[in-house]
Design a protein around this ligand. Structure first.
Ligand SMILES: *[C@@H]1O[C@H](CO)[C@@H](O)[C@H](O)[C@H]1NC(C)=O
Ligand SMILES: *[C@@H]1O[C@H](CO)[C@@H](O)[C@H](O)[C@H]1NC(C)=O
Length: 191
């Protein structure tokens, strides 16, 4: 995934730390990552997408959010991806309606037994619910701005790359970063 996502993670991380001085800052000491108590932090991360068309973490129609996060094996950190347009253009759209509009009725129905509170939540409320569950279960999160237009990425012609691309509006991107930074401010699980 080239250099872009990492740059964005770092940028988001910097804006988070700049605006929230009490968060658990990570820094480096020689070759180690350490926390504020200079204790070594080892990050074992997995990816979980919520930047695709449905803008919802995948799999929540098959297992409850709590159980899904509890099944973590050898990792302590999740790179949770999000799309700028979810916050800037679709923030009040509801999860179930979004799934219907993508003809994913089956997934909507699957939410009812496993994650009923998400079906009629807004996309952004569902994002918060996931971030909060990571925190409850002690996982670190990298809130990763992955794309602007929510969809599978990262080809050379998906319009979602960088400056000059169809879906990449730098002003909207900065606003999106700031919105998410403000949303997760004070949530120490977000690194
Ligand atoms: C997460 O995604 C990145 C970028 O696509 C990839 O390089 C990395 O191997 C993935 N990590 C895991 C644990 O799948
Ligand atoms: C969500 O809203 C729809 C339509 O109002 C309703 O039929 C459905 O039961 C609601 N889902 C839950 C889990 O409350």
């Amino acid at each position: 995934m080239k250099g872009k996502p990492l740059c964005l993670i770092l940028l988001l991380a910097l804006s988070l730390f700049a605006s929230h001085s009490n968060s658990l800052l990570l820094s480096t000491s020689k070759r180690w990552i350490v926390d504020e108590a200079w204790k070594r932090v080892k990050m074992h991360c997995v990816n979980w997408s919520s930047h695709l068309n449905s803008m919802l973490g995948e799999g929540l129609d098959l297992i409850s959010l709590k159980d899904l996060i509890e099944t973590r094996l050898q990792f302590n950190c999740v790179r949770y991806t999000w799309a700028t347009h979810m916050f800037k253009r679709y923030s009040s759209h509801k999860v179930g309606e979004t799934l219907d509009s993508l003809k994913l009725h089956g997934i909507r129905l699957g939410l009812r037994p496993y994650n009923p509170s998400l079906e009629n939540a807004t996309l952004v409320e569902a994002f918060d619910a996931v971030i909060d569950e990571f925190g409850r279960q002690g996982l670190m999160v990298l809130a990763d701005n992955h794309v602007s237009d929510p969809k599978w990425c990262c080809g050379h012609n998906d319009g979602n790359g960088f400056f000059g691309d169809e879906h990449f509006n730098p002003e909207e991107w900065l606003q999106g970063l700031s919105m998410v930074a403000n949303r997760v401010k004070g949530k120490s699980q977000v690194r």
